[in-house]
Design a protein around this ligand. Structure first.
Ligand code: FES
Ligand code: FE2
Length: 337
């Protein structure tokens, strides 16, 4: 069931890696509970089409059909759909004009930062900025994508919650003996949340074994897109982090890393390190109860789960949950905290 949350419907979400969407092939993805078919025709190579993955004739997946020039022919009865998703030919009744209702829902799509972004509604804003993308002083490496069976908002919150590093990622980006997080600044505005001057000590910044004190700047610029700058003794490490809401309890995590140092470190080493961190996170993320992110207080007698407990170092998470509540998000969240 697709959400009715306007804020999520009108946002851009990454669903695939651009170069994995080859011409003449149909890729299946799911976004906000909607099954989608992504395809590139032979003659219209530059544009990815995003369709609801359903033939209106009998409701089978249109992705089981085949691409012929600029059309898809359904694999069941052969109805043929043009680039606009309209049926143009019914083989069993070739003289009949296809009914107007024989039309597949199409969605807006754009390719940015090497990813395919889809909006199921009317885009309220553009894809979030990633200034280092065009800056040749930064090498860029894509991590994941990582699939995770939890609420997209649980996975997203984990992306900016640094106090878990000292335990969940001990010996990697945290040390339980140096776990204190000094107070940091959180600013909320109508477009998002800014967290600054967040400092901690890390044994290993990036998988190369070099550690030290780091300072984070975090900008929650969309409800599921996060831009982070980690200032290390060696240089700046940027994380452009986005979570795809596949369903209310399933998500995909995408993370570009951009660094203005460490050109000699192979991509594989950076990826291996982040893969380990993700696997450490995944065990914990998939154990949250409730699975959906709790947004507001509820009398504990009515709640399905006891309240979650917040402390000073959770200020960014508290601001995020309040912001989601204000925006009216209901998908992937719940009421008790
Ligand atoms: S179900 Fe697609 S043509 Fe019949
Ligand atoms: Fe983590």
């Amino acid at each position: 069931m697709v959400t009715t949350d306007k804020f999520l419907l009108n946002d851009w979400h990454p669903v695939a890696i651009s170069k994995e969407c080859q011409i003449n092939s149909i890729k299946r993805v799911r976004l906000l509970g909607e099954d989608l078919a992504l395809w590139r025709s032979n003659s219209n190579e530059s544009t990815i089409q995003v369709w609801q993955d359903r033939c209106p004739h009998r409701g089978v997946r249109i992705s089981l059909g085949k691409i012929v020039d600029d059309t898809i022919i359904c694999g069941y009865h052969g109805w043929e759909y043009n680039l606009a998703g309209k049926c143009v030919h019914i083989p069993a009744n070739p003289k009949q004009k296809p009914p107007a209702s024989a039309e597949i829902k199409t969605y807006q799509c754009q390719e940015r930062y090497g990813l395919v972004w889809v909006c199921l509604g009317e885009p309220a804003k553009d894809v979030a900025p990633f200034p280092e993308w065009e800056d040749s002083n930064y090498r860029k490496v894509l991590m994941g994508p990582y699939n995770c069976h939890t609420s997209p908002f649980r996975a997203f919150e984990n992306g900016f919650d640094v106090s878990h590093f000292c335990f969940a990622h001990e010996g990697f980006v945290g040390d339980s003996q140096k776990a204190e997080i000094e107070d940091y600044e959180v600013e909320v505005d109508t477009n998002g949340i800014t967290v600054s001057n967040l400092q901690m000590w890390q044994p290993d910044h990036d998988g190369t074994g070099v550690g030290g004190k780091v300072t984070y700047f975090q900008r929650i610029c969309r409800v599921l897109t996060l831009y982070i700058v980690k200032h290390t003794s060696r240089g700046r490490m940027i994380f452009f982090f986005a979570v795809t809401p596949v369903s209310e309890e399933e998500c995909t995590i995408w993370m570009w890393i951009a660094m203005n140092y460490g050109q000699e470190t192979p991509d594989s080493k950076l990826r291996e390190f982040q893969d380990k961190l993700f696997h450490q996170d995944a065990v914990l993320l998939e154990s949250h109860r409730p699975v959906r992110l709790p947004l507001c207080s509820k009398n504990s007698a009515e709640a399905d789960w006891p309240s979650e407990v917040h402390t000073q170092c959770d200020r960014a998470s508290i601001a995020y949950r309040r912001w989601l509540k204000e925006l009216g998000i209901t998908f992937g969240v719940c009421d008790n905290c």
